[in-house]
Design a protein around this ligand. Structure first.
Ligand SMILES: Nc1nc2c(ncn2[C@@H]2O[C@H](COP(=O)(O)OP(=O)(O)OP(=O)(O)O)[C@@H](O)[C@H]2O)c(=O)[nH]1
Ligand SMILES: [Mg+2]
Length: 414
């Protein structure tokens, strides 16, 4: 397999390296790579004609069966390139779609990925029948070429897209009902976000002891998992681990994964996990920011979690830079547990503004109320002297009614 990219400067090389990781994740063996600097891509073949022929020779010699481009190709460009290379041509988007298709386990995940694939396929439905027959998902080859057949296929794809969208709408409604049920418990919702392979699932497992699959592969997680986390301060948080982000995440994919990503949009707080041992940690932070913007989750209260500090081996410069930019960030190792207590403390303090700090006075005989206060609130100070017990506690605002008869005054949040 050969790789080829066209953008400029050092970013190209990193992006190409990531493309190679993606290809390996998809199950391919990477044979080689190539770069071409062009002022503008060629309209018909993306890369220059001479370079394309040179590459084709290379591919034939190495018995390559697939060429992957790091940039998005137009339908015509990939068709023309398939002729030049005489093998399958993919771009970054189709590669990512392919990995997602392999990973999808739940009905929802499968629907979302099929939707993204069909949306990617639709503009590529031209007279080129090979494309259709290669697609997974049951759109088979039917005999007879020509416009009529093409129109039928287009309509079929459009019908299927409409059906999937309707089914996903049902999923979305179910999710929203589940979320409302959870909100009746009035627990804060926190979503773990971050670049793929940053250690999000490892962190969820470390914090909640759950067994989410964590792997040294890109996009190990597709479907969201939610677990309850009880902080040392007695606050309950629902933590959700979800699909990782990547640079140039296909827009259609973001669109298709809306139901899943809604968890992120609805969260009270985001835990943005960063692999600080990665040479492009800062660029990855930026890429995650862009996806958050795209799904409408920018500007949410965010706790930066700088993960994999155990792999830094003394080279702390990039961590120091990131901590300077994000002074409330916490450096941890989800693998060894280093820094996790500090993370829990910071999580508690960031969730605090969601609660109000109150002073209450409760008669000693109201044992039920006192027990309830300790259950749902975070009691900071208690004084049992005198006829009534006095408490200073942080209480989620939706519980205020229960304690209203015992309010003394509101306190300043420390
Ligand atoms: N050394 C070290 N490795 C870690 C740490 N955290 C995670 N890893 C490893 O990094 C790899 C990716 O971890 P995951 O938890 O699957 O990452 P993720 O962010 O959930 O990745 P996707 O779901 O694929 O987006 C795994 O091999 C983990 O064992 C850490 O603190 N230190
Ligand atoms: Mg994961």
């Amino acid at each position: 397999m050969e790789l080829k990219a066209r953008t400029n400067g050092w970013v190209t090389r990193d992006s190409l390296e990531e493309l190679s990781e993606l290809a390996t994740t998809a199950g391919a063996e990477v044979i080689g790579e190539g770069l071409q600097k062009l002022a503008a891509p060629c309209a018909s073949t993306f890369m220059g004609k001479g370079k394309a022929d040179e590459f084709a020779l290379h591919c034939r010699r190495a018995d390559v069966d697939t060429v992957i481009f790091d940039d998005e190709l137009s339908p015509a460009q990939s068709r023309n390139l398939e002729k030049v290379f005489n093998c399958k041509v993919l771009d970054r988007t189709s590669l990512i779609l392919d990995i997602f298709a392999q990973r999808a386990r739940t009905r929802e995940g499968k629907l979302q990925i099929e939707l993204a694939q069909l949306q990617h396929l639709l503009p590529r439905l031209t007279g080129f029948w090979g494309h259709l027959s290669r697609q997974k998902g049951g759109i088979g080859m039917r005999g007879g070429e020509g416009e009529t057949q093409l129109e039928t296929d287009r309509r079929r794809v459009q019908d299927r897209i409409a059906r999937i969208e309707r089914e996903l709408e049902v999923v979305r409604r179910q999710r929203s009902t589940q979320r409302q049920a959870r909100q009746r418990n009035h627990w804060a919702l926190a979503s773990i976000v971050g670049y793929t392979n940053a250690g999000k699932s490892t962190l969820l497992n470390k914090l909640t002891g759950s067994g989410v699959l964590a792997e040294d592969k890109l996009f190990a997680t597709l479907d969201p998992t939610t677990r309850r986390l009880r902080l040392p301060t007695n606050q309950n948080v629902l933590l959700t681990d979800t699909v990782g982000f990547i640079r140039k995440l296909p827009h259609g994919l973001v669109e298709a994964f809306k139901a899943t990503l809604e968890e992120v949009v609805q969260a009270d707080l985001l835990l943005h996990v960063v692999d600080v041992s990665h040479p492009q940690a800062s660029e990855q932070v930026q890429a995650v920011g862009e996806v958050l913007k795209e799904i409408g989750a920018e500007g949410k209260p965010t706790l930066m979690v700088f993960n994999k500090v155990d792999r830094l081996n003394g080279s702390q410069a990039s961590l120091a830079r990131l901590l300077e930019l994000h002074p409330h960030g916490v450096a941890i190792s989800a693998a060894t547990g280093e820094g996790v207590p500090a993370l829990l403390a910071e999580l508690g303090s960031q969730l605090r503004p969601l609660r109000e700090f109150l002073e209450l006075s409760v008669p000693h005989d109201q044992a039920g109320i006192i027990a309830r206060l300790h259950e749902v609130g975070q009691v900071v100070e208690r004084n049992y002297e005198g006829k009534t017990a006095r408490f200073k506690a942080r209480i989620p605002s939706h519980f205020h009614n229960e304690f209203a008869p015992f309010f003394v005054r509101e306190l300043q949040n420390a």
